[in-house]
Design a protein around this ligand. Sequence first.
Ligand SMILES: NC(=O)C1=CN([C@@H]2O[C@H](COP(=O)(O)OP(=O)(O)OC[C@H]3O[C@@H](n4cnc5c(N)ncnc54)[C@H](OP(=O)(O)O)[C@@H]3O)[C@@H](O)[C@H]2O)C=CC1
Ligand SMILES: O=C(CO)[C@H](O)[C@H](O)COP(=O)(O)O
Length: 471
Amino acid sequence: MKEQEYELGLIGLGTMGQNLLMNMADCQYAVVGYDKNKSKVDALKEATRAYKITGKYDVPSFVQVLKKPRVVILLVPAGKIVDYVIQDLLPHLEPGDIVIDGGNSHFTDTNRRIEALKQKNIEFVGMGISGGAEGARKGPSMMPGGKESSWHRIQPIFEATAAKVDGEPCVAYMGQGSAGHYVKMVHNGIEYGLMELIAEAYDFMKRVLKMSNHDIATAFESWNNDRLESYLIEITAAIFRQKDALTKSDLIDVIRDESKQKGTGKWTSQDAMNLQVPVPGIDLAVAMRDLSGYKDERAKATDKLSGPVPEKVTDGDQCSLDDLEKALYFSFVITYAQGMAQLRKASTEYNYQLDLATIAKIWRGGCIIRAAVLEDFRTAFTKNSNLENLLLDDNIAASVNDLQDEIRKVAKASIDFGVPIMAMSNAIAYFDAYRSARLPANLIQAQRDFFGSHTYERLDREGVFHTVWGH
Ligand SMILES: NC(=O)C1=CN([C@@H]2O[C@H](COP(=O)(O)OP(=O)(O)OC[C@H]3O[C@@H](n4cnc5c(N)ncnc54)[C@H](OP(=O)(O)O)[C@@H]3O)[C@@H](O)[C@H]2O)C=CC1
Ligand SMILES: O=C(CO)[C@H](O)[C@H](O)COP(=O)(O)O
């Protein structure tokens, strides 16, 4: 292929980059890859002989073969590396070129980079990508932000490579500035929440319902054929069928119970706190990953702190697998509702002008949190684009109202058995708090005024009041 004929260049030929590049080539785009790691470029060339792909070993020759105005996507680890790559790239770019950051960058970094590149008339697009290696290869869900005109220039290639649901591509313009990376961050926050809920359902199946790994796999498989149909439930079923190559036992039983994290769930919680949007399902998912890290301390506590003796507990017998399925579905809905509420507030606060129906639409396929229920959320936000919270939609409200008896049963059984289901029991607590027209916050106001003269408002008259308490 002649010089300057490659339509897109990709930097970072790791898990996501190499797969996305091959996906683009499948869609008949001529693409070029670069990685600082020579062996990754060699691997690309080897793996893609039949494709309109080439690999380059340095930035100048990589840029040299790109069609002008150039489009370059970065899929390198988030953080300082993105800045280093931009620094390497900038001297070779020209006004009008577009740089897309497809990694999980923090949205404030994206705002900074948009401004920095604007000085050189280079357009910067922060685009969240979800779907892991398989999604990148076969069709991810993608969340681009930045200038709308930049999006229109790159739209065809990303619509071609995105996952499709009912013929609709799982990619759409999210909004200006860092909107794309913000939406991806909240996607990951919801991902953390759903993963924690599924892990708690597994613990409940094992320790309360005394199910074998085989039966757990069967349960998740059957749930995946119904209202809980989703990517995370599907892979969970497969995980429980996996044998360990070393011991031939079930692999799940030999994996250390300490979950790691790269930070996107924590960022979601942190920014929700800044925006004062309650997302306790996500907060607790982060907290449980953190608590899992205290493995040695937990081992000490096992000896020191006692709990119920499972053999003596009878209440759990009244709780069935069917109750657990309903409790999990209920908790899934609450978790999505919290994430969507955060997006709504962020949209106003950061002037993103997010369209929540579009977000639900592009999350139906390709991404890690894809689930059948997203179609219901899309319908709810299409009916009312100003919906404050998904739980206020008539259909969603009816579905959670109907499932509350079961989640209450599961929460009670978990306490009786001493099996922690932090996120799941919080889902019903959030539901109860959210539907309470009156909360005990009046007492907190009284206490604040008592010790710090912070004042309070009254229900029966306008104004701000202070009491000299105890007199
Ligand atoms: N993996 C996943 O499931 C998902 C990842 N993401 C995000 O996408 C981004 C990429 O992730 P992933 O593909 O998993 O990461 P990988 O680590 O697999 O790939 C990153 C690649 O970038 C290369 N690289 C590092 N520094 C430079 C540099 N200065 N110049 C050129 N290349 C460089 C790395 O080389 P070397 O290995 O030698 O350092 C590596 O080949 C991250 O932001 C991640 O959070 C988003 C969605 C899903
Ligand atoms: O973005 C993703 C999927 O959408 C990544 O897989 C995610 O970053 C994994 O996060 P963590 O390592 O914190 O569990």
